[in-house]
Design a protein around this ligand. Structure first.
Ligand code: SAM
Length: 188
């Protein structure tokens, strides 16, 4: 699967989201970033907080190495059960129904897409859970021309936290002209 094609499992997850009325799935632009990150860690422990309908999980899965592991946690048990069904044929993937902290038993992570739980409520723990060299991906930011970045007229303290964390080499990248993601690598 290369270029701009959308992997079949992502299409299946998008259909599941549409049927469930779930509107918070990641965009294809973020999805391609997730695939890249998973592919960069072919033996990696890959984690996602906030499975939703499994769209981000499916993008991560599209870059997953044969010896990698992907664990995702979703506290809405109905969403978790449906998403688990999308990956039932692949024992590299585990969908946990419950709070994102269930992921901790699988840490340290080589890739962590922190998308539901952790990002705002325990950012220091999010960084702690990364392996040396591990990649952290956080999406859904609004690009800002200011430093420190601002959102709604205020300094975006959360974004600044990740971008300046002493254990991370982090940067912000545009995913579309109006949205951005923070990507960080845990220092060795
Ligand atoms: C932005 S959506 C996830 C989208 C998905 N990662 C994707 O890329 O398609 C956030 C999800 O996180 C879940 N969530 C929120 N807080 C959580 C927590 N503390 N633990 C686990 N899941 C949580 C929500 O139920 C929601 O489904």
């Amino acid at each position: 699967m290369t270029g701009r094609a959308v992997p079949p499992r992502v299409v299946a997850a998008q259909c599941a989201a549409s049927e469930a009325g779930f509107t918070k799935s990641c965009t294809p632009e973020v999805g391609r970033l997730l695939r890249l990150a998973a592919a960069a860690k072919p033996h990696g422990i890959i984690a996602e907080s906030g499975t939703g309908s499994g769209v981000g999980t499916a993008w991560l899965h599209s870059g997953l190495g044969s010896r990698a592991r992907l664990t995702t946690a979703e506290h809405d048990v109905v969403l978790a059960r449906r998403a688990a069904g999308l990956f039932a044929d692949d024992d590299r993937v585990h969908v946990l129904a419950g709070d994102w902290r269930l992921l901790e038993q699988h840490a340290p992570f080589d890739v962590f897409f922190c998308d539901g739980g952790g990002k705002r409520d325990d950012p220091e723990r999010v960084v702690d859970l990364l392996a040396p060299g591990g990649l952290l991906i956080l999406d859904d930011f609004t690009p800002s021309p200011h430093w420190p970045p601002r959102f709604d007229g205020e300094v975006d303290e959360l974004r600044t936290f990740y971008l300046t964390h002493p254990s991370l080499d982090a940067t912000e990248i545009l995913t579309t002209p109006v949205s951005s993601a923070v990507v960080g690598a845990r220092r060795l």
